[in-house]
Design a protein around this ligand. Structure first.
Ligand code: DC
Length: 226
C-alpha cells in the first residue's frame, strides 16, 4: 500500500520540520511545495516583476523550467539549471512566494509537478492546499497551527541563525500579512480540508509535535488497513 500524507498550515507553524521528521520515521519522500512557489517568486523578481504586480509573472511562465531533485541534503529545487534551494529562503522571497501564489496561472503551472509527485505515493507533502487540491484523497491530512506570535518567534530565531537582521516585529508583521494573503486569495485559499485533523503546537516542542502527529497517523492508517 502506498501512503500519502498531506500537511497544511500557515507559515512558521513548523509543518516543514514536522513533515521532514515524519518522513524520516515513516520512510516517506518529503515534498516541500512552498519551495516551488518561492522559486517562481525568485524568477519573478529576477525578471523585474514588482511585488505588487505579481500577476505580471504569468507571461514569463512558459520560459520557467522548474524541477525538484533529491540529494543527501534533501529536496533541492532547480530553476533553469541552477540550484536555488538556498536563495529562496529569505524574507523577501517569502513575500514574493505569497504574492505569486495568489496568481491562478502560477497555481496551474505548478499543479502538474505536484500531482505527479503525489501520484508516485509514499509521500508526505506540505503546503497550503495539499489536503484540498493536490491530494484530496490523502490517507491522512493534518492542519498544523500555532499562534502568530509563537510562529514569529520561531521564524525570527531561524533567520537570526542565518545572520538575517530582521526584527521580531518585522517578522510578526510579515507573518500576519502572509496569513491574510494566503487565506483570502480566490484560488486554492490556505484553509483546512473538511477532513483535516488539527494539530496546534503553540505550546509543544518539536518532539512533542512529532509524537502527537505520529500517533494520529498510526491510528488513522491502522484504521484504514482494517
Ligand atoms: O511554506 P512556505 O512558507 O515555504 O510557502 C511560501 C508561500 O507559498 C506561502 O506564503 C504560500 C505559498 N504556498 C501555497 O500557496 N501553496 C502551497 N502548497 C505552498 C505554498
Amino acid at each position: 500500500m502506498k501512503i500519502r500524507i498531506a500537511i497544511d498550515g500557515p507559515s512558521g507553524s513548523g509543518k516543514s520540520t514536522l513533515a521532514k521528521s515524519l518522513a524520516k520515521t515513516l520512510g516517506l519522500v518529503y515534498v516541500d511545495t512552498g519551495a516551488l512557489y518561492r522559486t517562481v517568486g525568485l524568477y519573478a523578481k529576477r525578471n523585474g516583476v514588482p511585488l505588487n504586480e505579481a500577476s505580471k509573472v504569468t507571461r514569463l511562465l512558459p520560459e520557467a523550467q522548474i524541477s525538484i531533485c533529491y540529494t543527501e541534503a534533501g529536496q533541492r529545487v532547480i530553476l533553469c539549471g541552477e540550484d536555488v534551494s538556498d536563495l529562496i529562503r529569505t524574507p523577501e522571497m517569502s513575500m514574493y512566494a505569497s504574492a505569486v501564489s495568489a496568481v491562478p496561472a502560477v497555481r496551474s503551472f505548478l499543479l502538474e509537478i505536484q500531482k505527479r509527485m503525489a501520484a508516485e505515493g509514499n509521500v508526505i507533502m506540505d503546503g497550503r492546499d495539499i489536503g484540498t487540491v493536490i491530494m484530496p484523497d490523502a490517507d491522512v491530512k493534518l492542519f498544523v497551527e500555532a499562534s502568530p506570535r509563537a510562529r514569529a518567534r520561531r521564524r525570527h530565531a531561524e533567520l537570526m541563525e542565518k545572520g538575517d537582521t530582521s526584527s521580531f516585529e518585522e517578522v510578526l508583521e510579515d507573518i500576519i500579512k502572509r496569513d491574510a494573503n494566503d487565506k483570502n486569495r480566490a484560488v486554492a485559499p490556505a484553509i483546512p480540508a473538511d477532513d483535516a485533523i488539527f494539530v496546534d503546537n503553540s505550546d509543544m516542542s518539536l518532539e512533542e509535535t512529532h509524537d502527537h502527529a505520529l500517533n494520529i497517523i498510526r491510528a488513522k492508517l491502522n484504521r484504514s488497513l482494517c
